[in-house]
Design a protein around this ligand. Sequence first.
Ligand code: NI
Length: 177
Amino acid sequence: MMPTDFQIVELGDPRLRELAKPVHAEQMAYAQEVAEAMAYWMKERGGVGIAAPQIGVSLQMMIIASRPNNRYPDAPEMEPMLMLNPEPKTFSDRLVSLWEGCLSVPGVRGKVTRPDAVGVEYMDQSGQSRLIELKGFPARIFLHEYDHLIGKTFVDRVASVQDLVTDKVYFEQILST
Ligand code: NI
C-alpha cells in the first residue's frame, strides 16, 4: 500500500471515536505500512505527532516527533519515535496548560491542561517492550496522541468552549501576546 492510500480523518468521523485495538505480533508487516503512512502524513501536514486512527486505522500506534517551534522554542529535537500499544503508567502531579492543534481538527486550537510528565510502557517496531519517561513537550505530544487511541480529541479536553479558538485568532492575538 502507498501512504496516499490512507487519508487524514477529521473531527466528526466516527473512526476518531473508536477504541483502537492492540497491534499483534503477526500484524507487524501491516503495522510497518501503517507507520510509513503515518510518518508521511505527519510530515506532509507539518505535525509533531500522529496516531493511527487519524489515518483511519484502528490500531494502537503513534509517532511522536518533538522539535523546536514557536510555542516551545526549547522543545527537544528528536528522531520520530514509533510507539506500539503504548500505555501511560505514571503521571506527574504538576499540570500545565498549553494550546494544542491537531491534524484532524484543522483551523482550531484548544487550551488543554495535562500532566507535565508521563511514564510510558510501549512496544517498539522490533516487538521489544520498552519504558520511557517523557517530560515537557514530548509528554504533551504523547498525551494528545494517546487520546486518539481512546477515541478522544483535544476538543474533549478543554475546560470550556471559551478555550477553543481559530488559528487566525491564535496566531494573531494569542501567540503574539
Ligand atoms: Ni491530534
